[in-house]
Every structure is written in C-alpha cells, then in structure tokens.
Design a protein around this ligand. Structure first.
Ligand code: ME8
Length: 477
C-alpha cells in the first residue's frame, strides 16, 4: 500500500499531580488529528509521555512521602492509564527518566557543544518554578507570574548557556519560508514579533540540583528542564529516525509555544537536524475566565466527566465548543447543554429514528437520491477543508448540518407513513446511507460512537440489515 508516514506529538506533561481537562484537551486534539490521518491512509506515529526531571517532581514525591523512583513510576503509570481510558491512540509513551531519552539528550548536548553553542556563564534573574522558566520583570503582573500567581524566586548561579541569540536571522528566514510553521496564524505573528525583538542566550543547566540528567562532563550541573524535555520528540524515534522523518506536528498549549517555535527549532538548527513541520497551539481552558491549572486548585477532572457523560461526549464538547487557538470557558452547564442538544437530541435521536425505520425493512442496495449524494459530498469537502484549517468545531458543525438535513427529510416526507413500498424503501435507503456516512466521518472525532453505529449495519450480498441503535446518548438531567 502506498501510505505516508505522519508523526504527531503532545507535550510531555509534568507529573506533580494527576491530569486535568487542559491536558486532556491538547491530547484529544492531537488524537483527533492522528485518527484523521490514519483515516486518510497515513501510517501514524503518535507520541505522548511524561516530563519527570523537574524540581516539581522532587517536591511532589516529598509531599506524598514516597521515594522519588516509586513516585515517578506510579504517576507515569496513572497518566498512561488515563490516556487509555480516554481512548487516546498514541503509539508510544515516553518518560524522560528512560535510558533511551537520557542517551539522546547526551548526544544532543554533544552536538550543540560541538557547534560551539554551549558556554559557561553566570545567570542572575527571576525563576518561576510553576513554569520552570526564567521570567523578565515586564512579564510579571503585580510581581507575580500571571499563570501561577506566585512570586518568582531570585536566582544567581553559574549555568551553561545556549547561544540562542545566534539564531535570530536563521529563525526569521525559516519562518518566512514556512508560512504555516505555527498555527493558528495569530499565534505565528506573536512568535515572529518576539524573535524580531531580539533573542538573548538562555540558561540550559541548573546548579545544585540532585534530580535530572547531569551535564555531560560536568556532574555539578543538571540539564535544564526544557533543554532536556524538548529532546523527547527525538528520543522516541532516535536521531536517525528524526533525520529521516521529523515530527510533522507538535501540538502544544499557548503557554509553551515559544519553547517549541523558537528554542526548539534553534536547538535543532544547532544540532544539524531537520525541523518539525508545524507547531500548533491551543488556547487556555478557563473556569470563570481563570486558566485551569493544578496550582490554582480549579482543576476539572476529565476522568470524572468521561465517567458521567462518556469519553465521546467529552471529546465532542472540547472539539465543538472551543474554536481551536482561542481560550474557552468550561462549565458543567455548557457541557450538559451540548450533550443534550447535540448528542442526545441530535445524533442519538437521528440514529434511533433511522435505525427504527430501517430494521423493519429488507433493504436492497439502491442508488442514492441525487440530493443526498450532493449533500454528502458537500459535507465531505467542508470537513476536509476545516480539518486542514484546524477548525474542528466547524468540521463538526458541518456534520451536524448533514444530520439536520436528514432529520428534515424524515419530517417533510413523513417517511414512516409512505405507503408505496418502493418509495418508502428508497427514502429509508437514503437515510441509512446518510447515517452510515456520518458514522464513517465521525471516526476521528467520536471513535466509540462511530463504531457503535457502524456495528448496527450488516451487509449480506446486496441486502443491508440495520439493527436498532438504542440510546447512544441517554438524556442527562
Ligand atoms: O509545560 N488549557 O507540562 P504541563 C489548555 N512539561 N491547555 C492546558 C491547560 C489549560 N488550562 N493547562 C495545561 C509542561 N494545558 C512541560 C511540557 S513539552 C517538551 C514539555 C496543556 O504539565 C497545554 O497543552 O505544565 C499546555 O501546554 C500543557 O498542558 C502544559 O502541561
């Protein structure tokens, strides 16, 4: 078969706590794209994992009174299980404490050093532990990190630096030549302005830390979280694998876009390795306008939502409710509203209606009425285009328009009451084909539901049997 390789990644997440809906959001976006690509025939590598070499891990282990190794094993296991429960279709799960990663980080460091891009210097400045990042005064609000609402710590130490400043022109040229390197476009603009403003060399190691990957040939220092974490994308497939086919898409949140769109490409340039195809950044999920975060204590548990509404309902809500790249506010009322209106009344009701009509008939394959054929083609075209534009919400809206078209047809034709056998069968055949098409195209978005609907269809020769599809999404009060 003639398929193409496609490689997509999520951020590797910190393990100082269990996951919340913000992490699930980015991972579900990446999963939808991964499934979409498979659906279109690509051979997909999909990587997620855990970022363990952080002071956050040390503190969290201490807090829970565990040895750090057993703590990291337990938490990484919990994240992996959570992704399984959410039906995430990742093909690899990387932990930064794994040997394959440590080896790659060492090789990578060697390459940067050989390019004369690593030097020892003195760092003085403010550090936010929540972000694991150095902050400038003008990034603070009331002297606090705007994301973590904590006062950063003043640090003065000897560090290894990365000559990021050297890459300003190369980065700008690269952005110029790759007009969709960052999506959505407004985020790319932010990245370009930042780089145009000038780049300073950045600290790539930390002193006096007892947890993390030691700097090669200088065990007094550990490699700074980001210089370590970003390399995970290469560790999964090896340097040779990356040279052959680098990541096509890094899916991240806007908080870490600069690391991925500025520092990471510069590191790859320095290492003489190819650059990823695209970095896509989602906005923040908020509650009452405030970013959901572990440290702010306003986390929403996606596992609880998946339990109560179903995994597909959670996926549907996140993909449909929030235009990609923008912030979106979460509330249980909105979740329930979407669920009842679009899933219980919309898709669920339509599937029940059509399958009820169809189960009483012996349906021979007919040719589809032209208006159905047209409508289905239009939907297909819109979905393909919207997926290219990362407008998941519009792609879903288009599928729901197709459902409404089908619903209107049932009502207007009063299909259940058509007396003429041929006419009735033709009408029902149209509807069955439409429902089957919906099930197929929903596969990347709502994998479980798609499967449930498809399983209700059975073909024997040119006869199609349809089983009744009972409440896919029972109404929730
Ligand atoms: O930053 N809304 O890990 P992290 C939307 N280890 N997305 C959110 C979100 C929210 N409220 N909160 C978190 C790290 N996210 C590093 C990454 S990658 C080489 C290293 C998502 O556990 C979003 O994707 O803090 C964000 O970028 C990521 O979780 C941060 O996860």
């Amino acid at each position: 078969m003639d398929y193409e390789k496609f490689y997509i990644t999520t951020p590797i997440y910190y393990i100082n706590d269990k996951l919340h809906i913000g992490h699930a959001y980015t991972t579900i976006i990446a999963d939808t794209i991964a499934r979409w690509r498979r659906f279109r025939g690509d051979d997909v590598l999909f990587l997620t994992g855990t970022d363990e070499n952080s002071q956050k891990t040390v503190e969290a282990a201490k807090k829970s009174g565990e040895e750090i190794i057993s703590y990291t094993d337990r938490l990484a296991g919990a994240w992996e299980t959570a992704w399984e429960k959410l039906r995430i279709s990742n093909t690899d799960f990387i932990r930064t404490t794994e040997e394959r990663h440590i080896t790659t980080v060492n090789d990578f460091w060697e390459r940067l050093r050989a390019a004369d891009d690593i030097y020892l210097g003195k760092y003085e400045g403010l550090y936010c532990k929540g972000c694991e990042a150095f902050k400038k005064e003008d990034e603070l609000v009331d002297e606090c990190c705007p994301d973590h609402k904590t006062v950063p710590e003043f640090i003065s130490e000897e560090n290894y630096f990365f000559r990021l400043s050297r890459y300003q022109k190369q980065l700008l040229d690269f952005y110029e030549a790759h007009g969709d390197f960052v999506a959505p476009a407004h985020r790319f603009q932010e990245v370009k302005s930042f780089v145009e403003g000038g780049l300073e060399d950045i600290s790539f190691s930390r002193e006096k830390q007892d947890w993390g990957i030691p700097v090669p040939n200088d065990p007094r220092q550990v490699i700074y979280v980001w210089a370590d974490a970003l390399v995970n994308y290469v560790s999964s497939i090896g340097i040779e694998g990356w040279e052959e086919h680098p990541a096509d898409i890094h899916a991240v949140g806007k908080d870490i876009l600069r690391f991925h769109a500025v520092i990471w490409p510069a590191m790859l340039m320095s290492a003489g390795l190819p650059l990823p195809g695209q970095v896509i950044a989602n906005g923040y999920l908020t509650v009452g306008g405030v970013k959901i975060s572990k440290s702010l204590g306003n986390a929403v548990d996606p596992m609880d939502l998946a339990e109560r509404y179903g995994v597909d309902a959670l996926r549907y809500f996140l993909l449909r409710e929030v235009p990609y790249g923008h912030d979106g506010d979460y509330s249980e009322e909105k979740m329930k509203e979407r669920y009842n209106a679009d899933l219980a009344n919309g898709l669920g009701n339509f599937a029940a209606r059509v399958s009820t009509l169809a189960e009483k008939e012996e349906l021979k394959a007919l040719s589809l009425d032209i208006e159905f054929e047209n409508q289905i083609n239009v939907t297909n075209g819109v979905v393909v285009k919207k997926m290219e534009e990362l407008k998941f919400n519009d792609a879903l809206a288009a599928i729901w328009e197709l459902l409404s078209f089908g619903d209107r047809y049932v009502n207007e034709k009063k299909v259940w009451a058509i007396v003429d056998n041929d006419n009735r069968r033709q009408a029902i055949f149209n509807l069955v084909m439409l429902l089957e098409k919906v099930a197929i195209i929903l596969k990347p978005f709502l994998p479980e539901t798609s499967e449930k609907i498809s399983n209700a269809f059975q073909r024997e020769g040119d006869v199609i049997y349809v089983k009744k599809i009972d409440a896919l999404f029972p109404r929730i009060k």
